[in-house]
Design a protein around this ligand. Structure first.
Ligand SMILES: *[C@@H]1O[C@H](CO)[C@@H](O)[C@H](O)[C@H]1NC(C)=O
Ligand SMILES: *[C@@H]1O[C@H](CO)[C@@H](O)[C@H](O)[C@H]1NC(C)=O
Ligand SMILES: CC(=O)N[C@H]1CO[C@H](CO)[C@@H](O)[C@@H]1O
Length: 446
């Protein structure tokens, strides 16, 4: 009897170890809901090695890539030709790995993990035979009955490739007219992809003939193993390519970085979206059609409206200045004068002794969180009061807490404020591209 129980226990525990139901990516909530997991989360295939340092160090580590991400976002907004959407340099394009969803590419569907990227339109997937890709989940076009490469003559080829012209020779797929791009990055590296079409399976939906870049070679430093799902606003984005299926609407709730075991969700389409949600208009920048620009008008710390020069927040399509909501930057960044004004007011109200830790310059011994002032972002028509866990990041080793926002790198292109992941966690952000608005509501999705 005891042996019998032990045996059952063994089966259960083995099963729990091998496969945990909480890691099932199948939607239980709705047909168009996908599970969103943090790249270092328990259910992520990319979580090994599990970060051994404390999570504040993990965040600091991840945030160390933010300056590159910001320079990528900024470099794109100053592009001279409005009709040519530049594809990002690979290093910066792939320098994002925060939250992933599981999708199925092809027929029958092959499981792929893709990073959510609200500031890119195009999608990229590492494909079989890829030279230099570090992934062991590669998409095999040859086993999909619905796969096709895209010809140079189609408009999508120009859209994804920016100002590069189609080559007449050198295609690796055997046709000299296949649309491909060879993008250099990081000085001595490049990646090579063929524009392709195939069915994209998202939860219970299928987007037929979805155009994406099939990566066939990477040289130099390796590209992260996961694919990239472009959720931007431009022509090649998932919303544009899925047309009436989702009516241009999606929302996500990102789980906390800290919650190793939990997942959030990506809801596609109008069904099941929050009904009573405050929204703010999206602003259009023709020079950077992918980005979700919003009108941030002021910032408060506690009851104090922080004195920020209007030009540090103002939207300017010519310079790219303004505020964007991005799923790929780790901590929220304000241009330096705006950040310093917010920080100084915060310090004044917290009245401690402050030290720096990584990207954070306002760390202090936090005794009573109840008296920490609330930071409110005032958008046109919508206020976002940041929950305390989106305002402070705690060190596990010491009693230190840090203000979890930072200054944008102070270089030439530093005109952009970016509302990033850490400030978005446990909120539902709903992007309505058809009606040009974004809504934010509190939702604990951990
Ligand atoms: C892509 O371009 C790089 C240099 O920019 C070159 O070294 C590499 O061979 C090219 N790859 C292909 C497949 O054409
Ligand atoms: C942003 O909102 C303010 C206040 O409502 C308004 O005066 C300004 O024109 C808006 N800016 C843009 C670019 O829409
Ligand atoms: C966070 C904190 O402790 N704030 C205190 C700073 O000092 C003022 C005045 O002494 C207090 O009212 C705040 O509570």
């Amino acid at each position: 009897m005891a042996t019998y129980f032990f045996f059952i226990f063994l089966i259960i525990s083995t099963k729990t170890l091998a496969y945990d139901d909480s890691c099932a990516f199948n939607s239980k909530k709705g047909n168009s809901d996908l599970t969103v997991i943090h790249i270092y989360g328990k259910c992520s295939p990319f979580n090994s090695p599990k970060p051994s340092s404390s999570w504040i160090n993990t965040v600091i580590n991840m945030a160390s890539k933010d300056p590159q991400r910001l320079s990528y976002l900024s470099s794109l907004v100053v592009s001279k030709k409005p009709t040519n959407v530049p594809i990002a340099s690979g290093q910066q394009l792939f320098n994002i790995g925060n939250y992933v969803v599981r999708v199925k590419m092809g027929t029958p569907g092959q499981q792929m993990y893709m990073v959510l990227d609200t500031s890119n339109d195009a999608a990229f997937v590492p494909c079989s035979g890829c030279v230099g890709c570090s992934s062991n989940t590669l998409f095999a076009p040859s086993t999909s009955t619905t796969y096709g490469s895209v010809d140079c003559s189609v408009p999508e080829c120009t859209q994804v490739r920016g100002s590069l012209s189609c080559p007449t020779t050198g295609s690796v797929v055997g046709s000299s007219t296949a649309c491909f791009f060879n993008q250099s990055y990081g000085g001595d590296s490049s990646f090579y992809a063929t524009l392709s079409r195939d069915s994209l399976g998202l939860a219970n939906d299928v987007v037929p003939s979805y155009a994406f870049g099939c990566i066939s070679s990477v040289s130099g430093s390796s590209i992260p193993p996961q694919g990239l799902l472009g959720l931007g606003r431009g022509a090649m984005s998932l919303m544009s390519q899925s047309g009436s299926l989702y009516s241009g609407v999606f929302s996500y709730c990102l789980p906390s970085f800290k919650s190793y075991y939990f997942s959030g969700s990506l809801k596609l389409g109008t069904v099941g979206q929050p009904k009573n949600i405050k929204t703010t208009p999206l602003l259009k920048n023709p020079r950077r059609p992918s980005l979700y620009y919003v009108n941030l008008t002021s910032v408060s710390v506690g009851r104090v409206s922080v004195p920020i020069a209007p030009e540090d927040l103002a939207f300017d399509p010519n310079t790219g200045a303004g505020t964007v909501i991005d799923s790929g930057t780790v901590i929220t960044r304000f241009v330096q004068p705006a950040y310093e004004a917010i920080r100084d007011e915060f310090r004044k109200q917290v009245n401690g002794t402050f030290s720096s830790l990584g990207a954070f310059d306002t760390c202090f011994v936090s005794q009573n969180e109840a008296v920490i002032p609330t930071i409110t972002l005032h958008f046109e028509g919508m206020d976002l009061k940041l929950p305390i866990e989106n305002t402070l990041i705690h060190s596990s080793a010491t009693p230190l807490a840090c203000l979890a926002i930072a200054s944008a790198p102070n270089n030439v292109n530093s005109v952009l404020n970016v509302i990033a992941n850490l400030q978005q966690q446990n909120l539902r952000l709903m992007f309505d591209t058809a009606n040009s608005r974004v809504g934010i509501a509190r939702e604990v999705c951990n």
